[in-house]
Design a protein around this ligand. Structure first.
Ligand SMILES: O=C(O)CCC(=O)C(=O)O
Ligand SMILES: [Fe+2]
Ligand SMILES: [Zn+2]
Length: 646
């Protein structure tokens, strides 16, 4: 169906001569325009140019290059078609404006069938220029190598036929003989330095994958090799700073991961039935994202991988301590094996951060009034008119601090955002991992007591990356996280010192002042936990409390408030006061009688924290390549960094 030909003007004029269907298409076309602008920063123009952005015509929509070209070439000769992995749109450049105008007029609102047999509707808009911000020089992650045709088709067949899926001892008593000649070849060819002693065989049906992960440092040596048999596949590698590289692993090739690619980057296979691959023949292995003008879809086959590793017998001493389980800052303590992956991390955050803040929002807010001096100083030093985002703004206590700047807050908790609204502050709900603000729009950002609620090193780093993304070049971010070290330079933090004296009225950054161990004293056996004990969060049930979730199962120690930390990953109790209005001006530590009565316990919530060791926040920031650290300091039990966007 053809769209109206007069729809190039974008202002909301009425179009009296349009039919109902035409009006619907026009609306959708304008919507596509706005979405591209909002989400991708792609600006379309109202006059005719040679280039068009084709909404819905993208690899991310299941549209292949050949299919789209077929449609586009009906209107003229296509000079370039840019298709990026995972994007639901593409860019086309025609030779002349007449041709692009023809495409605009005839293809807008046109339906086509994608590679998966679904109908999609194209919406086209003119663009002035086509540029790819995220186009990176095509380099593989350091230490990664692909050796093509490492085995012959005959050996491939033999290897595949040798697999006995019912025999779980396969490969356990030394590697099967059939692998030996392959491994010797790898050794002779210099692809590996030692013979592995462990084999994992994985089979992937089309649609299956493996979540992004780093093979445990302490379990395996540096070299990890993986043989691809039966079919090719695309593997995604991701640097902690968010940089993703998709790599084609051809059939019968060997993937070698060492050094940075093995220790620091995650690898994974996205579960899907089609891969985005290089359209032209020729180069088989290697990076996919390099040439947006040359991508298409490739149907997956059944791939079987042989992954060989060498079991490690001594602790890992790699140069990536941030992600190394042999080198956690507190070596006497077992590295937390939980959460193990992104999914577990998200579940943990949902239950032990998001849900808890929703529940305790009002009470939490009532304990948060006084701005911290150094944070206030940072905000007050900003030039008049600065645009500042507070990521994780809580009840908004920093939002109105400097009347000369424009502040916008966001928080994961709807209830806290509502409290901001009641105070006439601008705030919205979002996750710090994905802030719906345009890149490079902020003169400054603050993130106070937020990042310690993310449950993996990768996720914490990703939040820092997100702050860096929001900053304009030259812009600054201030970050506070709770410190493992509550005693520093022989001084106990206020949190540890927390006592009943009148100073206690002063609130604390990260803890409920009301949540002292006193509650336990009043009710022996109900809620006083030893800090390093293995009491699981499921014990909350007995507390008449909250966070009843089996997932966390004995995996995280429950911290005792106002004591030192013994573990970096902990659950910190929050004793909810039911009526915050009543308690607002009460002596925080004075237990009101009804609180102490066993049959009316105040519910105890547990918030998940990853408390940072000295240097950890700074090390994480240093992993971002577009910032420089300006100041790194300790402030009352918190590690703090100010960085500047380059
Ligand atoms: O299938 C592959 O090539 C990789 C498998 C993998 O990463 C693993 O098992 O740890
Ligand atoms: Fe792996
Ligand atoms: Zn390591």
């Amino acid at each position: 169906m053809a769209a109206p030909s007069a729809s190039m003007d974008n202002n909301n004029q009425s179009h009296p001569k349009l039919s109902k269907t035409e009006k619907k298409f026009l609306r959708k076309q304008i919507k596509a325009r706005h979405t591209l602008l909002r989400h991708e920063g792609i600006e379309s123009v109202s006059h005719v140019t040679e280039s068009l952005v084709v909404a819905n015509g993208g690899l991310g929509n299941g549209v292949s290059r050949t299919q789209l070209l077929r449609v586009l070439e009906r209107c003229g000769s296509v000079e370039a078609l840019l298709m990026l992995p995972n994007k639901p749109y593409s860019f086309v450049r025609y030779r002349t404006k007449e041709e692009s105008k023809k495409a605009y007029v005839t293809l807008n609102g046109k339906e086509m069938v994608d590679d998966l047999g679904q109908n999609i509707t194209l919406y086209l808009n003119f663009v002035e220029k086509v540029h790819w911000e995220d186009l990176r020089p095509p380099v593989l992650p350091p230490g990664l190598m692909i050796v093509e045709e490492i085995v012959s088709p005959e050996d491939e067949k033999m290897l595949l036929e040798s697999i006995d899926w019912t025999d779980n001892s396969f490969g356990q008593n030394g590697l099967p003989d059939i692998c030996n000649s392959l491994l010797e070849k790898c050794l002779k060819g210099g692809h590996i330095k030692y013979i592995p002693d462990q084999l994992t065989i994985n089979q992937y049906e089309p649609g299956q994958g493996i979540p992004p992960h780093i093979d445990t440092h302490s379990a395996f040596e540096n070299e990890i090799i993986s043989l691809s048999l039966g079919a090719e596949i695309v593997m995604d590698f991701k640097h902690p700073d968010g940089c993703t590289v998709s790599v084609m692993l051809p059939q019968r090739s060997l993937l070698v991961m060492t050094g940075e690619s093995r220790y620091l980057w995650t690898h994974g296979i996205t579960p899907r039935k089609f891969d985005v691959i290089q359209a032209s023949e020729g180069q088989k292995s290697g990076i996919i994202t390099s040439d947006a003008g040359n991508l298409t879809l490739n149907k997956r086959g059944v791939r079987t991988s042989f992954t060989f590793r060498k079991v490690r017998r001594t602790p890992c001493d790699c140069s990536y301590p941030l992600v190394c389980d042999s080198q956690s800052c507190h070596q006497n303590e077992a590295f937390p094996s939980f959460p193990e992956n992104d999914k577990e991390a998200l579940e943990l955050e949902r239950e032990y951060v998001h849900r808890v803040y929703e529940e305790i929002a009002e009470h939490f807010s009532s304990t948060r009034h006084t701005p911290w001096p150094q944070i206030g100083a940072f905000l007050k030093a900003l030039p008049k008119g600065s645009i500042v985002a507070d990521i994780g703004c809580g009840n908004g206590k920093y939002l109105g601090l400097n009347k000369e700047i424009y502040m916008i807050g966001c928080d994961r908790s709807q209830n806290l955002v509502e409290i901001c609204g009641e105070r006439q502050f601008e705030a919205f709900v979002c996750d710090a991992l994905a802030v719906p603000l345009r890149s490079e729009t902020c003169d400054a950002c603050i993130s106070i007591a937020v990042i310690h609620h993310f449950a993996t090193a990768e996720r914490r780093l990703a939040t820092l990356q997100e702050l860096a993304r929001l900053l304009r070049p030259g812009g600054k971010a201030l970050i506070y996280v709770w410190a493992m070290e509550q005693e520093y330079n022989k001084q106990k933090s206020k949190y540890l010192r927390g006592s009943r004296d009148s100073e206690e009225k002063e609130e604390h950054l990260n803890s409920g002042v009301l949540a002292s161990g006193l509650f336990g004293e009043q009710n022996p056996g109900t809620s006083s936990h030893n800090s390093v004990c293995s009491i699981s969060a499921t014990n909350d049930l007995k507390d008449g409390g909250c966070n009843a979730n089996g997932v966390i199962n004995s995996k995280l120690p429950v911290h005792t408030n106002r004591t030192s930390f013994h573990s970096q990953d902990v659950l910190v109790p929050w004793h909810l006061k039911r009526d915050p209005m009543r308690d607002k001006h009460a002596e925080p530590l004075k237990l009101t009688p009804d609180l102490g009565v066993p049959h009316d316990p105040s519910p105890v919530f547990h918030r998940y924290y990853h408390v940072f060791c000295e240097g950890e926040l700074e090390t994480a920031c240093r992993m971002l390549n577009n910032i420089s650290i300006q100041h790194s300091y300790y402030d009352q039990g918190n590690w703090c960094v100010i960085f500047k966007k380059l």
